[in-house]
Design a binder for this molecule. Structure first.
Ligand code: MN
Ligand code: MN
Length: 320
């Protein structure tokens, strides 16, 4: 099946980057889950025989996972992605809430407190939008943002913002969470069209931190990031900017410990979009749970196909 109307190298490269972002999300989740809630010191001790660095999709962790198994970060993204695809690309709160509710009924291996509380409220009230809450600034809406970023590639900024917030507010109706979701979608869009890291920093990350100083991530190294989305994003941005490749970025972020599956998932999606498929280590692709890997690939292609109008307005030419 031909996905793109114009099967140009640029369009091919975009599909490849979208697949790499989806695989990066799942790989980062599985890699980080092994060390979730450990401190960097505990990780160094536990992986002393591997040079003090955790670097394989070996499972285990507090969830006692199988090697290559993913957690809620990936399975919620896939539940959302499937619902968006089934709705022909439409993203509205009720469809998202029903998808997450069905996901929760299937007894996921883990689930965040904010996600659980607001999905239980949805079951009681039928209202798919969580009440605004200052404390709901966790990373649960950010970790599952990738399918929205892919399917909205052809849309204009107000429509993108509406879609991003429709998905986020089902469980996290909070301005700090919103800001990170909107930033991540801008980063993913730029990376998918071939913008490199220094330009990503200059055009998006630097202005974001300047206008919202609570996200400042220099000079102190962020270790043990909690599920608070500010710390999560600080760890991810440091790891992204302190490395120059997919593997190094993911190893950097998960070895900081804390909410490592989620920092791994978020770093994985942006590093995948930025660096593409080629630098993803074969050993990680082989270890990743095969049905999850297949679903990531299929959803990336389907979401890009639904975003196809983007092709016609797309004028960026990748440097040779
Ligand atoms: Mn998780
Ligand atoms: Mn987590």
């Amino acid at each position: 099946m031909r996905i793109c109307s114009s099967n140009t190298p640029v369009a091919d490269r975009r599909i490849e980057r979208a697949e790499a972002a989806y695989l990066g999300l799942a790989i980062g989740d599985a890699l980080g889950a092994t060390v979730e809630f450990l401190t960097p010191r505990e990780i160094r001790t536990q992986f002393a025989r591997a040079g003090g660095v955790h670097r394989e999709l070996g499972g285990g962790g507090w969830l006692k996972l199988k090697p290559g198994q993913v957690t809620d970060d990936t399975t919620m993204s896939l539940a959302l992605g499937a619902a968006i695809i089934a709705a022909g690309g439409q993203i509205e709160p009720l469809g998202c809430a029903r998808a997450f509710d069905a996901w929760m009924r299937a007894k996921p291996v883990d689930i965040g407190n904010t996600v659980r509380r607001n999905l239980v409220a949805f079951r009681k009230t039928g209202c798919p939008i969580a009440p605004p809450a200052e404390q709901d600034a966790g990373n649960g809406a950010l970790m599952r943002i990738l399918p929205v970023a892919l399917v909205t590639l052809g849309r204009d900024p107000p429509a993108i913002e509406q879609a991003v917030l429709a998905q986020a507010h089902v469980t996290h109706n909070n301005p700090v969470s919103d800001a990170t979701c909107l930033l991540m979608v801008r980063l993913l869009r730029a990376a998918l069209r071939g913008v490199a890291l220094p330009e990503l920093y200059r055009a998006e990350i630097q202005p974001f931190v300047e206008t919202q100083p609570q996200f400042a991530f220099r000079p102190r190294r962020r270790e043990n990031p909690r599920g608070w989305v500010v710390e999560t994003l600080q760890a991810v941005l440091q790891a992204l900017l302190d490395t120059d490749g997919f593997e190094d970025c993911l190893l950097d972020v998960v070895n900081r410990g804390g909410d490592a599956d989620t920092t791994g998932a978020i770093a994985g999606m942006i590093a995948g979009a930025l660096y593409g498929r080629a630098p993803i280590p074969e050993r990680w692709l082989k270890a990743l749970d095969p049905p999850v890997a297949a679903a990531c690939r299929a959803q990336a292609r389907a979401l890009i196909a639904l975003a196809r109008p983007w092709d016609h307005s797309f004028c960026y030419q990748e440097p040779a």
